[in-house]
Design a protein around this ligand. Structure first.
Ligand code: DUC
Ligand code: ZN
Ligand code: ZN
Length: 496
């Protein structure tokens, strides 16, 4: 910083919106952090005139898959470079992808592998969730406690997929461990046996087209698993977060739990707000829209919007799971016109997540700007131990910011995106806004035309034990006391 300048950067005349407040101010940035908010701030080495445009915290996308192993010949199209570049262009400045344990291997091996993939490539900051697929005594007693200490404070577990799923007993053990160590458990809730039985029945009937995917994974399978996940969490009195919730019946379970005072959090994704299952009827688009749970019917789509508006959902993530449509390693890994059950599950969405919610949610009048910020940034930062360093615009927090162009009506095309996927499910969508500028720790990583983050500049964020992962009550006193959460200090200020 030059002697005469008070800040490295000053952003002038910003219409700042956080999850709680809205005010006009200049933002002074020093050493990548917000050092001052006020009017008429002293000079910065560089200056940006926001010109009264809306400025929100950079997005925290807390559910996205980057360079994740798949278990077959399919390959994720985005690694930590293309994925994070694409995220930055869409206004996201923090990602929390997954380090996935392979059955028979340790979690430490997974962490080492995913750090190797991320550390020299990411252009924005990142933390990791652990996917626990093999909760051996070694994993539960030795690895997880140590990894929580090191900043891996959230685990995803699956109730479906043979290579990933845990049985109820394993889920209980993991929930009990999360309770003791103060970690957040994310649950993919679909009933594996219902899906397997229906898949077999559909294939016997000769139904192999993409719509079979939706038929084999009905709402009932998601509702049952959501109910079971909540019951297991209640048994152990451990907070849980149900990921990628797709429709009414699962929402009803979550509302019931929340209404009974249980710490059950929920996430949904743009595709459940905007896509419907009839899109699986039609050729290439059908394959492109295969994700789990599947998009559902119009009534469910509306129910997901209602859940966003009434506070059932705390988080809107992308669940970016990037597979190309063309070529031998994407959606058609099993050949041309594959059976629905041989298609990799997942759709891209890292870059479009925030602008879709801004356009369809805020600018269409369904939610206010504070809910937008909470859903896209603040709540995820809190739920996963990154707050207040990430997720807000506050003194001491990282200068992760988005300056919005809300006058920009345009038609979305995949050509304009920066991911490495050859389609977007939102091709032709009428957009009303897009980030004009994205800053990560004060560095411009997207200037409205070009991405500009350098490879490897992203920092790993060791996560704190999330405050919302604290159990509400002591366990039944007759249960072994070592399972009762020790008193952790929850620092008020992120020190990672
Ligand atoms: N689950 C995810 O979390 N992402 C993509 C597909 C899936 O089944
Ligand atoms: Zn999942
Ligand atoms: Zn996912």
């Amino acid at each position: 910083m030059s002697d005469a300048a008070a800040f490295d950067l000053v952003i002038r005349n910003a219409d700042i919106a956080t999850a709680a407040d809205r005010f006009t101010a200049d933002i002074g940035v020093r050493d990548g952090r917000i050092a001052a908010l006020g009017s008429g701030l002293a000079r910065g080495v560089s200056e940006i005139d926001a010109g009264g445009r809306l400025v929100t915290p950079g997005g925290v996308d807390s559910h996205c898959h980057l360079d994740q192993d798949t278990g077959d010949d399919s390959v994720m199209a985005d690694d930590f470079l293309s994925g994070t570049v694409s995220a930055a262009c869409g206004g996201t400045t923090t990602v929390i992808p997954f380090a996935c344990q392979q059955k028979g291997k340790t979690l430490r091996e997974a962490i080492d592998t995913y750090h190797q993939r991320a550390d020299t490539r990411a252009v924005i900051d990142y933390a990791f969730h652990l996917i626990v697929t093999d909760p051996t005594a070694h994993v539960l007693e030795r690895e997880l406690p140590q990894l929580v200490e090191e900043g891996y404070t959230s685990f995803k577990i699956y109730m479906t997929y043979d290579a990933l799923k845990l049985n109820d007993r394993q889920i209980i053990e993991l929930l009990a461990l999360a309770r003791v160590h103060g970690a957040m458990v994310m649950i993919h809730a679909e009933n594996a046996d219902c899906i397997a039985w229906l898949t077999e029945a559909l294939l016997e009937e000769g139904i192999t087209a993409p719509i079979g995917h939706a038929l084999s994974r009905p709402m009932l399978a998601e509702r049952e698993a959501t109910h079971r996940a909540i019951s297991l969490a209640q048994l152990v009195d451990t907070p849980v977060l149900i990921v990628h919730v797709s429709g009414r019946e699962a929402i009803e379970q979550i509302r019931w739990a929340q209404g009974h005072g249980l710490a059950v959090y929920a996430e949904t994704c743009p595709h459940y707000l905007l896509l419907t299952e009839d899109m699986l009827e039609d050729g290439p688009r059908g394959y492109q829209c295969i994700c789990s749970p599947p998009p559902r019917d119009e009534g469910n789509r509306q129910a997901v919007w209602d859940g966003l508006v009434n506070g059932t959902f705390q988080v809107l993530s992308s669940d970016h799971a990037p597979f190309r449509f063309e070529g031998p390693h994407g959606k058609q890994v099993a050949g041309e016109n594959p059976r629905f059950d041989q298609v990799p599950n997942g759709i891209p969405g890292l870059e479009t997540r925030m602008a879709l919610l801004m356009s369809e949610g805020v600018m269409n009048g369904r939610i206010d700007i504070h809910a937008f910020v909470a859903l896209t940034a603040t709540n995820a930062a809190k739920l996963y131990g990154l707050y207040p360093r990430k997720g807000s615009i506050a003194i001491g927090g990282d200068a992760d910011l988005v300056i919005w162009d809300t006058d920009r009506a345009f038609t979305l095309t995949n050509d304009a995106l920066h991911h490495n996927v050859d389609y977007t499910p939102y091709e032709g969508w009428q957009m009303k806004a897009w980030p004009a500028l994205t800053l990560s720790r004060g560095d411009v990583v997207w200037d409205g035309v070009q991405p500009s983050g350098t490879r490897g500049r992203g920092e790993f964020l060791p996560a704190l034990r999330p405050q919302p992962a604290q159990p509400h009550r002591p366990l039944n006193p007759r249960i072994d006391t070592h399972r009762v959460l020790p008193r952790f200090a929850f620092p008020a200020v992120y020190r990672g």
